[in-house]
Design a protein around this ligand. Structure first.
Ligand code: ABT
Ligand code: MG
Length: 148
């Protein structure tokens, strides 16, 4: 079963959007596997965004992501990596479709509310970076087949 890493960024927490954002993945039918609320160290931020190390926006990106607590999560389900990216919307909220999280709640590319892994390899890297094995809770939702 596929897993992805999602994190509600400091702006999502500050704007009281935690419940609204989690609701969208829960009601879609994906399964929550891990969740924690934490401040992000500079070291973790730099590792998380290592692919952007050389980009001009890297220092401000690290500054932002370490500026306040985030909600780090692992979600599971068929096709969850690509589906979560669709639910989140395009990187720049001004280009995100209405109905997506960024399309509904954002206007600034540097304040785009939530992170989602963009591929199976990044999902694996990010889950291992943010969570210890024992923090991942494998469980079988008891869903009647006609509900999902
Ligand atoms: P993340 O889920 O945060 O990784 O965003 P996404 O994958 O949609 O977009 P990428 B390209 O990975 O952007 C990472 C963060 O960098 C910010 N950014 C990006 C800028 O501020 N300016 C830019 O020109 C680009 C391309 C947006 C993302 N996060 N924030 N906050
Ligand atoms: Mg990205």
């Amino acid at each position: 079963m596929e897993r992805t890493f999602l994190a509600i960024k400091p702006d999502g927490v500050q704007r009281r959007l935690v419940g609204e954002i989690i609701r969208r993945f829960e009601t879609k039918g994906f399964t929550l596997i891990a969740l924690k609320f934490q401040k992000v160290s500079r070291e973790l931020a730099e590792q998380h965004y290592a692919v952007h190390r050389e980009r001009p926006f890297f220092p401000s990106l690290v500054e932002f992501i370490t500026s306040g607590p985030v909600v780090a999560m692992v979600w599971e389900g068929d096709g969850v990596i690509a589906s979560a990216r669709k639910i989140i919307g395009a990187t720049n909220p001004l280009n995100s479709e209405p109905g997506t999280i960024r399309g509904d709640f954002g206007i600034n590319v540097g304040r785009n509310l939530i992170h989602g892994s963009d591929a199976p390899e990044t999902a694996q890297y990010e889950i291992a970076l943010w969570f210890k094995d024992e923090e991942l809770v494998a469980w079988q939702p008891q869903l009647t087949p006609w509900l999902h």
